[in-house]
Design a binder for this molecule. Sequence first.
Ligand SMILES: [Zn+2]
Length: 77
Amino acid sequence: MAGCVRCGYRGSLAEFRYLGPAEGIGAVSLRRCPVCREINYFNEVEEERELREPARPWGLSPVFGKKFIREDTEDAR
Ligand SMILES: [Zn+2]
């Protein structure tokens, strides 16, 4: 979900009209709010990721925090 910083409207990223990249390089873009026309900054990668799976801090993989045990040790038998 994407949210407007001005009016607080929340909707899918597609509802916010794409205006262009906010920076020369990177995933941050400018999009216009469909309700109040405010221009918002969105990180396209993070917004898309939110739709697919629960938000997770950058750099953490699904195996983060899991305990790994060597299969050839006594514990694993
Ligand atoms: Zn708005």
